[in-house]
Design a protein around this ligand. Structure first.
Ligand code: NDP
Ligand code: 8X3
Length: 256
């Protein structure tokens, strides 16, 4: 079903985005991989071309910069212009502070990446899908888009906003054959916590200690399932956690 389709993935250099690249390539989709760390995206593109025989390009892009997004995505090589599946995955948390102690820079980075970046990329890709009356957007939200947890404040706000945007896409695209799927994972072991704690590896490791969290591959398989349903089937909304995680704050840490 995905053979010869074009899937564009933001944040494809690591974590969930990288896993989505692997899963969609295995299913036969051609790929546009977006990230700032272009060397990682290019290496992945080359591996996937070799492993699965798909076509794959890497584009260096900071989704926070609208001019860059408009330039790169507005001028895709002709054969890459008709994106079938957009996976809005690029995102991050910065810091874990009480709102009264939060850093303006951290807030802006999260809002600019998780919310504005998602909107900028969608603005460039969605009109083509609507014109072709075909396509799918997968937005990677979070359990933080359904619950607020202590010190999660602005990160949670951005993910609540992603959820609102996903619901808006479903409504505004009604009457077209463009599908929207919102995926809200609980804790996934990726570079996420390392980024949140600015490279403090011991602190990041604590987040995933004594239970088995989700992997990027677990989430990628869900995105792939949603994207490979028949075109009239729209899985609008999915929440997925590790079995040990009941809610944002309730995690059974009695395992390995
Ligand atoms: P990672 O840190 O492992 O990956 C994040 C990816 O986003 C990287 O490829 C990074 O690439 C990219 N990225 C970050 N900022 C930008 C930017 N300005 N422009 C372009 N790309 C950017 O984290 P995850 O894989 O865990 O996170 C992916 C998504 O999943 C995020 O939206 C996150 O909020 C969400 N999520 C994560 C969960 C978790 O527990 N890990 C749970 C629920 C949701 P580069 O640095 O090369 O630009
Ligand atoms: C990432 C999951 O719970 O760390 O979105 O916010 S959480």
């Amino acid at each position: 079903m995905l053979k010869n389709k074009i899937t564009l993935i933001t944040g494809a250099s690591a974590g969930i985005g990288k896993s989505c690249a692997e899963a969609f390539a295995e299913a036969g989709s051609n790929l546009i991989l977006i990230a700032r760390r272009i060397e990682l995206a290019e290496k992945l593109a080359s591996n996937l071309r070799e492993k699965y025989g798909v076509e794959c390009i890497a584009i260096q892009l900071d989704v926070r910069k609208y001019d860059e997004v408009a330039d790169r995505l507005g001028n895709l090589p002709e054969k890459w212009q008709n994106v079938d599946i957009l996976i809005n995955n690029a995102g991050l948390a910065r810091g874990l502070d009480k709102i009264q102690d939060g850093s303006l820079d951290d807030w802006e980075e999260m809002i600019d990446t998780n919310l504005k970046g998602l909107l900028y990329v969608s603005k460039l890709i969605l009109p083509g899908m609507v014109a072709r009356d075909s396509g799918m957007v997968v937005n990677i939200g979070s359990i933080a888009g359904r619950e607020v947890y202590p010190k999660g404040n602005v990160y949670c706000a951005t993910k609540h906003a992603v959820r609102a945007i996903s619901q808006s896409m479903v409504i505004d695209l009604n009457g077209t054959n463009v599908r929207t799927c919102n995926i809200d994972p609980g804790m996934v072991e990726t570079e996420f916590s390392l980024v949140r704690f600015r490279g403090d590896a011991p602190k990041a490791e604590q987040v995933y200690k004594s239970f088995k969290p989700l992997s990027g591959d677990d989430v990628a398989q869900i995105a792939l399932f949603a994207a490979s349903r028949p075109p009239h089937v729209n899985i609008q909304d999915i929440m997925v956690t590790a079995i040990s995680q009941a809610s944002a704050q309730i995690v059974n840490r009695t395992g390995v």
